[in-house]
Write a protein that binds this ligand. Structure first.
Ligand code: GLP
Length: 260
């Protein structure tokens, strides 16, 4: 696990660099896209590079992490629509190249199984962007999630619904109670995980993620078992890291050729 502590704009540049490098080498790469505020600056940077530097997504495909159950097709907070607005519509993905779990399916269990198959059929995810919830959830794998879980239906915690109420006019009752989410084992199957976290509200979750014991109570801790994880955090999100000085020194001394 590599931990980089840097100001927010630099974190977005580092994540965008990793995606650009992948796409230049492997234009047909499979990307994993996350919602939430954490990756928004990365999406802005990718859109800018598409516009100015010719970075193309035309041969790439993408899989979203999760989706609310039951939000109407046109609802702006439906994750499918959020991803469309924040990144897909701003670059040149081919029609149908961006996939998400179907939170409006009649048979949600079948939709989850179909989503797992679609990821496998695409050859798996090359680079997965991730955020982390204040309670340590990744995607919507809430505390108590099986570390071996696959895409399935989950019930959101009160904490997550309160955290996400800001996207629903501040009204927690408007936040759906259920979601479909890639499981922790699904996420662990991606070849490179890039997690972004900013702000003091994430400090405890980041501390547990990097330095805590692996536990379903802090679902992100399963990433400690992944061979290629990059954790990109600002000073506030890093404020509880016991190894913060070590991570700063390591990054400052990192050879330019090394990459992420
Ligand atoms: N399902 C999403 C997660 O994928 C996201 O990582 C997390 C943090 O969101 P934010 O980046 O806005 O803090 O919360 C949401 O509930």
């Amino acid at each position: 696990m590599e931990v980089v502590i840097a100001p927010g704009p630099e974190l977005a540049r580092i994540a965008a660099d990793a995606i650009e490098k992948l796409l230049r080498v492997r234009p047909q790469a499979v990307l994993g896209l996350a919602t939430g505020s954490s990756p928004l600056a990365v999406y802005d940077e990718l859109a800018r590079r598409h516009e100015s530097d010719g970075l193309s997504f035309a041969q790439a495909s993408a899989f979203m992490l999760d989706e609310y159950v039951g939000l109407p097709a046109q609802h702006p907070e439906r994750y499918r629509n959020v991803i469309e607005t924040e990144i897909a519509s701003r670059v040149d993905f081919a029609p149908g190249a961006v996939h998400g779990p179907d939170g409006l399916a009649d048979d949600l269990v079948a939709a989850c199984a179909a989503y797992e198959r679609a990821i496998a059929d695409a050859g798996g995810v090359d680079l997965q962007l991730l955020g982390i919830g204040t309670d340590g959830h990744v995607a919507f794998n809430e505390p108590g999630s099986s570390l071996a879980s696959r895409t399935r239906i989950k019930t959101l915690t009160r904490q997550t619904r309160e955290d996400n109420a800001r996207f629903f006019g501040g009204d927690v009752d408007q936040v759906p109670t259920h979601c479909l989410t890639q499981g922790l084992a699904t996420i662990m199957s991606a070849r490179h995980l890039v997690l972004l976290a900013q702000g003091r509200g994430k400090a405890e979750a980041v501390h547990q993620l990097v330095e805590g014991p692996v536990s379903a109570m802090w679902p992100g801790t399963v990433l400690q078992h992944h061979p290629h994880v990059t954790v990109l955090v600002d000073d506030a999100a890093a404020s509880r890291l016991q190894l913060a000085d070590y991570f700063r020194e390591t990054y400052a001394a990192k050879p330019a050729w090394q990459g992420l």
